[in-house]
Design a protein. Structure first.
Length: 332
């Protein structure tokens, strides 16, 4: 009689109890590795809810300090600021106006942070241009790479002077890291760091972000953001940015690009971050609101998966809530 031999190799042994599972967990979450994106709306007298991102608001300058203090109290590592200007124009003038919303918000956030977390700023023109592109346009309506670099250089100086410690270059122009690095170094800001959104894909998952910053886009971003089918090109972009002097590189969105994240993480000598974007947030919130998934478990799993794939830190709209779950031991 042939009976099946008892298995000698039993991976289930290490899954037997919560204590064992905790001890052998390969990926842990830490509030310090989370960054909260924060929207600040010019002229707002109170926080304004964003309908496609339930639980996320556009802050007013008045509500911003408390939001920063709450993030710091939760142990979150940083905030990434986005400005929502009242007026937009072709060259995105508000971006380089020291009195523009993002730059004012940076000063407010830097003060409120009291050094407890890292104040970071989105360095891109799309929130400030009336056509919604990440750069300025040439006479034929195409995004003009090199003219845009000049605008980014100006933005970098204003943001650094406003107190941003880490500039998030999200515009995907060629040469943007080198251009901004040179501008900073030439003007006495050699200590201001650059987070390069290196592998930023032309993604449908940015949809709710357009609501959040109230921007409408003429056309699409496919001449500068990456084609979602391209894996090798994501790694190449990250390597170029590291060569140009990026202090940190990022993959964005996160959930649909974990392979790119793993590649960049394996090859990079600088920290690698990932951005769990607005659409990734909205999908889980919507499904949870219908009772179709367990909200907390889905949030924790999504961020753990991003960490497991190789992200050293994660930008996520759940940063504060997740940090609280982590601190309560509720996020394994
Ligand atoms: C560009 C920028 C975008 C996001 C962050 N920075 C929009 C875009 O490139 O289309 C999207 C973030 C999100 O969807 O959460 N300033």
């Amino acid at each position: 009689m042939n009976s099946t031999p008892a298995p000698r190799v039993r991976p289930r042994r290490l899954r037997e109890t919560p204590a064992l599972r905790r001890l052998v967990a390969e990926t842990r979450l830490d509030p310090a590795d989370l960054v909260l994106p924060v929207f600040v709306r010019e002229g707002a007298s109170a926080p304004v809810p964003i309908s496609s991102m339930p639980g996320v608001v556009q802050h007013s300058l008045e509500s911003l300090p408390q939001a920063v203090a709450d993030a710091a109290a939760a142990g979150v590592g940083g905030v990434m600021l986005f400005g929502v200007p009242e007026v937009r124009d072709a060259r995105g003038s508000g971006a380089t106006d020291p009195g523009g919303i993002l730059n004012v918000a940076t000063r407010v956030a830097a003060e409120a942070s009291e050094g407890r977390l890292v104040v970071q700023t989105d360095l891109c023109l799309d929130e400030f241009t009336d056509h919604g592109h990440c750069g300025v346009l040439d006479p034929l309506g195409r995004v003009d790479n090199d003219a845009t670099l000049e605008r980014y250089r100006e933005m970098a100086l204003v943001q650094a002077a406003s107190g941003s410690q880490l500039l998030g270059l999200s515009g995907m122009m060629d040469g943007q890291v080198a251009a901004v690095r040179d501008a900073l170094d030439e003007s006495g800001f050699s200590g201001t760091a650059i987070l390069a959104y290196s592998a930023k894909y032309a993604s449908a998952f940015y949809g709710p972000f357009r609501d959040a910053v109230e921007s409408t886009l003429e056309g699409d971003r496919r001449t500068y953001q990456l084609d979602p089918g391209n894996r090798r090109e994501g790694l190449r972009e990250a390597m170029i940015d590291i060569d140009e002097g990026a202090d940190i590189v990022m993959v964005k969105p996160a959930g649909s690009y974990l392979d790119v994240l793993a590649d960049v993480s394996a090859a990079s000598e600088v920290p690698v971050w990932a951005y769990q974007v607005s659409g990734e947030y909205a999908m889980i919130e919507a499904a949870a609101a219908h009772g179709w998934i367990d909200r907390k478990r889905a949030v924790v799993e999504s961020v753990r998966g991003i960490r497991r794939a190789g992200a050293d830190a994660v930008l996520t709209y759940w940063a504060v809530e997740l940090a609280e779950w982590i601190r309560k031991g509720d996020a394994a």
